[in-house]
Design a protein around this ligand. Sequence first.
Ligand code: P5A
Length: 443
Amino acid sequence: MRLSQYFMPILRDDPKEAEIVSHRLMLRTGMVRQESAGIYSWLPLGFRVLKKIEQIVRQEQNRAGAIEVLMPTIQSADLWRKSGRYDDYGKEMLRITDRHDRDMLYGPTNEEMITDMFRAGAQSYKDLPRNLYHIQWKFRDEVRPRFGVMRGREFLMKDAYSFDYTADGGRHSYGKMFVSYLRTYARMGLKAIPMQAETGPIGGDLSHEFLILADTGESEVHFDRDFYDMDWSEFTIDYDDPQAVSAIVNDYTSKYAATDDMHVEADFHARVPQDRRLSGRGIEVGHIFFFGDKYSQPLDCFVQTAEGGNVPILSGSYGIGVSRLAGAVIEASHDEAGIIWPEAVAPFDIGLINLKAGDSATDAACDKLYGELSSAGLEVLYDDKDDRAGGKFARMDLIGLPWQIIIGPRSLKDGNAEVKNRKTGERENVALSGIVSRFAKQG
Ligand code: P5A
C-alpha cells in the first residue's frame, strides 16, 4: 500500500479524551474513530489489525475442533423470556421494537439463540459433542464506556458454545477451549493468566477469566509469581486426548490466580509463600463458563439417550474480546515513540520509507523493492510521500510496524538500504539485492 494513496489520518497531538495509552495511540494513528460513546468505526489501519486478531482466534478455534457459524446481531426477545434473562439483563440490553411491535434486541451474547439452533438440529446423543462458534458484533449498553475499544458498547466477540452428553465430555470441551485460549494469546505475544472468576449473568459454577497484566486494567487480580516464569510460548496439543488436555488445564489452574471477586486472602496465604504473592491489575481478554443445563432445560434442548430416554444437553460458553484485544496488545507492547506491533497482528509487515520522494533514482529503487516484497507475499506500507525525513521516521515509529526499510540517496550510493527493527531499535545496512530473500525467509 502506498501511503500517498492510503487513508491513515494521523493526529498531530494527543487526543484529550484518551485516558490510557492504547486509546491514545489508536486515535493518534487513525486506527479507530469514535462515532458515539463506546461505538467505533475501524479505519483501514485498525481494520487490518482487527482482521489479523480475528484470524488467529478463528484458526485456534478450528484447531480445537470448534465449527464456525454466523448468527445475527438482532435477536427476538422470545427466547430470552424463556430462559428468564430478558428481565435479568436490565439496562445493559439494547431493546428495539420492530414495525410490528415485536420486541427485539441487539444481542449482548448468544446462549439462547445457539441453544435453540442446536435443539432444532440435534436429535440423539450421537449428534454430540459439538462446539459451534461465531465472531460477531455484540452490544452492551455499559454505564460507563471508556478506554476506547477496551470497554465499548458495540464490540466484536468470538463466542463459542459446547454441547455435550456427559459431564466428563463437558469437562473435556471446557478444557479444549481453555487450552486453545492459551495458544491464541501466545500467538499474539500475550501472557494471559487464567484466573478463577465470577460467572455473573452468564451463570454456572465453573469459570475462568484470562487476564493480561496491565496497570490500566479494570480488574484487580491476585496471583502466584510462578506465572511469570512459566513457558508462555506456543505448544502443541492433541485435543482429542482428554488426559493431555486436562494435564495442561491442571498445570495452569493448580497455581493461585483469582480476580478480586473470587479472591480469598486466607487461601492465597496458605497456597503461596509471601515472596511469590503478587497483586495488580489486569485486562480481561477472555472468559469461559461451564453451566451444564442452565439454558438447555428452559429452552427444551434435549437429546435421546442410547436407552431411549431424554436428557438435557450440557453446555458451556467461551468468549474472547476480539476488538478489546487490539487495545490490549498495544497496552502490552508500546514505548515512548508509539506502538510496537507483534509480527502476528501487525497491520503491515514492513514500512518502506522513501527518504527522497521525487528523486528519480530513489523512487526507482523504492518502487522496485516495493514490487518485489509485495510479490513475495509481504505486506508493505510504502511511505512514498514528499515529507521531511524526521516526520517520516516519527510516523513510522508511531504506527509501530515490526520492520522499517529506509532508502535514501546516501544508502543507495552503496547499493544498500537501512533495515530497522522497531522493537529493539537495531539498525543494519543490507544490500538491496538481499532484502527480499531476507524477509521472505522470515515470513
Ligand atoms: C462467553 C461467550 C460472555 O459473554 N457468553 C458468550 C459469554 N462472556 S463475557 O465475559 O461477558 O464476555 C466475553 C469477553 O468479551 C469481552 N468484552 C468486551 N470487550 C469490549 N467491550 C466490552 N464492553 C466488553 N464486554 C465483554 C471481554 O474480553 C470478555 O472476556
